[in-house]
Design a protein around this ligand. Structure first.
Ligand code: ADP
Ligand code: MG
Length: 332
């Protein structure tokens, strides 16, 4: 009798230990943070292959930056296209450029990824200043998405002085690359942020904060309750300087070359596509609430607009938004 009890107890203990062990293996979480694409990247992956994934995510983002999208890395594809005034793109990059041209077109030019020379004059990455008006006019005259076209993967620049800039879309493109990789791995869920763009991956209820435009990076005004998808925010609080009491920030009106000044302080976009969430957050910031809402609707995305007088306007799925800072109220 004693032997039987001992055997049963042993079986139960072994089963419990095995269960706890396998549960730990299947649900283990791995985290990484690093600097890439001139911003902070964080990755948190849960599942059997989580360690492998966090290592690989860093390689994917770094590779995309240094070898493809960066216009400061000497040997990247974009640097080479900018230097040569065009060139052959790989299939994946051509697909991204094609979608970006669509956003340029549908936004009526509010989004324009050929503004590199104009952006450079503002020197936001180093010592920001108001550009010389003649230099600005000259840089603007060489910009404009209508000056570039894709012909069977070959990017043709009619004006060889146009400068491609993926500053408003590269972080979202990185999320799309990471997502495509994660789909091939054995994991349960992941949250990957590249600057102001975040991928929420897997079967889980996620909560994402919308940053307080007046506060520091850890302070939020609203929460988004959502499932899988990509979320990007663009704001006048990201990169800016002040002169004579006026704020100059890094989101530019492609018509004037000056920072957009339309009462918005931030726009957040929710989309299945990282590229669209990132590009549309910039496009909708430039367009303002009314036209921005129409553009977001055209792409089937949810857009959240935050104004300087603390109103929040929503286009799309309003149910996902919860205001958490009582000084902000719904505008619509
Ligand atoms: P962040 O880089 O802070 O995430 P955005 O996604 O809004 O913010 O991208 C802003 C960057 O995009 C600028 O630093 C500049 O390189 C580029 N940019 C500025 N204005 C435009 C515009 N109207 N269309 C496309 N790109 C832009
Ligand atoms: Mg953007």
């Amino acid at each position: 009798m004693k032997k039987t009890v001992a055997a049963v107890v042993t079986v139960i203990v072994v089963a419990l230990v095995t269960f706890v062990f396998y549960d730990g293996v299947l649900n283990k979480t791995s985290e990484a943070d690093f600097f890439s694409m001139k911003t902070y990247v964080t990755a948190k992956v849960t599942g059997y292959e989580s360690d492998l994934c966090t290592d690989e995510i860093q390689k994917i983002v770094d590779n995309l930056d240094v070898n493809v999208l960066s216009r400061t890395a000497e040997d990247s594809l974009v640097s080479s296209v900018n230097k040569s005034g065009g060139g052959q793109l790989d299939i994946q990059t051509a697909a991204y450029v094609s979608l970006l041209l669509d956003v340029c077109e549908k936004s009526g030019g509010a989004f324009d990824f050929t503004l590199g020379a104009v952006s450079d004059l503002w020197k936001f990455g180093s010592t920001p200043e108001i550009p010389d008006p003649n230099a600005l006019a000259d840089a603007l005259s060489h910009s404009g998405y209508k000056k570039i076209s894709l012909e069977g993967g070959n990017l043709v620049m009619q004006d060889k002085s146009a400068v491609l800039d993926f500053g408003a879309s590269g972080k979202g493109i990185a999320l799309d690359s990471v997502k495509a990789y994660l789909e091939t791995r054995d994991i349960k869920n992941a949250v990957v942020s590249v600057g102001g763009s975040t991928l929420l991956y897997g079967d889980k209820d996620f909560t994402v904060g919308i940053r307080n435009p007046e506060g520091n990076a850890g302070s939020y005004i609203a929460k988004l309750h959502m499932n899988e998808g990509c979320v990007s925010s663009s704001g006048s609080y990201e990169q800016f300087f002040e002169e004579n009491g006026k704020r100059y920030h890094h989101i530019l009106n492609p018509e004037t070359g000056y920072p957009v000044d339309n009462g918005l302080v931030g726009v957040t976009i929710v989309s299945d596509s990282g590229l669209l969430s990132d590009a549309l957050s910039t496009a909708c910031f430039v367009l303002g609430i009314e036209k921005g809402s129409s553009l977001a609707a055209e792409y089937g995305c949810t857009a959240i607009f935050v104004t300087s007088d603390k109103k929040i306007y929503i286009e799309g799925d309003a149910d996902i938004v919860e205001i958490t800072d009582a000084s902000y109220t719904y505008g619509n």
